[in-house]
Structures are given as structure tokens and as C-alpha cells.
Design a protein around this ligand. Structure first.
Ligand code: CU
Length: 223
């Protein structure tokens, strides 16, 4: 998909359309910001809650994947879901939508590749806020939430050609057997095999030590 196709595909969503349109108009290094502070939802116990969002793009010339990946900001435990325990791998042109699913978080961008211009979300926001950013520059992005950094709310996004961890063809290396397509019970076959080997070893030991056969040691040795 070339950039024009990507832009055409991206014009499906109003927010994305505004961002990419602005990025296209103002050049390849532009950062477009769209703040929609007007949406108000009512009904929680504290009264009115204002939800808003930002959308940014590096606006590079690389072909875009056009995909969108959602990263929830959660608090039990504190993390960027999908980007904290292991890095989130994406292809250039992927939009990551950060969704505040709990209160009192920001996104402080610590390191990013040369040429990238992600500003993150310096201000603290609460549940309902979203921030979308289209990552076009390859490399590693390291960021954290200031209020919860000490609690492990630290994230990594790696943009590479495959959108996969290096050396892995089937996703993260931490996949469970179930996720790899092995039926759930199959992992117990291995456990049962190890247990059976252990029992056989113990049985052999006692047979050789206390049993009577031509192979046992002196007291019980049979000629
Ligand atoms: Cu936080």
C-alpha cells in the first residue's frame, strides 16, 4: 500500500482524517494535533465526565501498514497493556491507540528513534481519554507514566519491517502452549512423562540396592 492509498484508507475515521490531512498539508515532518474537547458523557457517580482525545502522526514518507493497535492504560497492575511486559512490535504506519481505562495517567516519552517526533501525552488524564499516534519511523520507543513509573508502568514499542519480535515468526516468545495451538491438556503429557521417568529411576535404584538379581550389589547378589 503506498502513502496515497494509506491516506485514502485512513480517511474512514474523522479524527484520523483530520490528522493525516494536516500532516499531508504541512510536510513530511509535521506533527498534527487534533484535540476534541467537546464530547461530554454524563451518568457516572461524580456527575459529568469529559472525554477527549489527541491524534498525532510522524507524517513520514514510509509506506503505511494502516493497521490500528489498541493499548489500554490499566491499573491492576499498572501497565500499558500489550507494551509493558514485553515490547509491542508494529510495522511502520501502524496507529497505536492508547485508551485510558483507569485514572491518573500520562505518557512521558523517554527515548525514540532519531527523526521521530512523538510527543506522547505530557498532561495527566483520566478514564475515557484516548491518544492515537501513527508510528512511521523504525526503531524503539521507550515511555512511561509519571505517576506510576515506580510501579512498573513503563512501555516499549518497536517499529520494524515485520512487526514481529526478531527471530520469531509466530508472535511474542512468551506465548503459552494454548496460544500456539497446542490443545490445553497436551502440556500435561510432558509432565507425566517426566514423572514416569522419575518413578522408573527410583524403582530401579531400590531394585538394584535391595532386590535379588545377578545385577545387584553384594548382600543380595545371586550367582
Ligand atoms: Cu499511570
Amino acid at each position: 500500500m503506498n502513502r496515497r492509498d494509506f491516506l485514502r484508507a485512513a480517511t474512514g475515521g474523522a479524527g484520523v482524517a483530520g490528522a493525516t490531512g494536516a500532516a499531508q498539508a504541512s510536510g513530511s515532518s509535521a506533527v498534527a494535533s487534533v484535540a476534541a474537547n467537546n464530547t461530554t458523557t454524563a451518568g457516572n457517580e461524580t456527575g459529568n465526565q469529559t472525554s477527549n482525545q489527541t491524534t498525532t502522526s510522524d507524517g513520514g514518507d514510509l509506506p503505511g501498514s494502516g493497521k490500528t493497535v489498541t493499548v489500554p492504560l490499566v491499573s491492576d497492575p499498572y501497565k500499558f497493556e500489550g507494551a509493558t511486559d514485553s515490547p509491542l512490535y508494529i510495522q511502520p504506519g501502524t496507529t497505536v491507540k492508547f485508551v485510558w481505562e483507569s485514572d491518573n495517567h500520562n505518557i512521558n516519552v523517554d527515548k525514540q528513534p532519531e527523526g521521530a517526533s512523538w510527543k506522547g501525552v505530557p498532561e495527566i488524564h483520566n478514564t475515557g481519554y484516548t491518544h492515537s499516534h501513527t508510528f512511521t519511523t523504525k526503531g524503539r520507543y521507550h515511555f512511561w507514566c509519571d505517576p506510576h513509573k515506580s510501579l512498573g508502568m513503563i512501555g516499549d514499542i518497536v517499529v520494524n519491517e515485520s512487526g514481529q519480535p526478531p527471530g520469531g515468526s509466530g508472535g511474542p516468545a512468551t506465548l503459552s502452549p494454548h496460544e500456539m495451538g497446542v490443545p490445553f491438556q497436551a502440556q500435561y503429557v510432558g509432565v507425566a512423562t517426566l514423572l514416569a521417568m522419575f518413578v522408573a529411576l527410583v524403582f530401579t535404584f531400590f531394585t538394584l540396592k535391595y532386590g535379588s538379581s545377578p545385577h545387584t550389589s553384594a548382600p543380595n547378589k545371586r550367582d
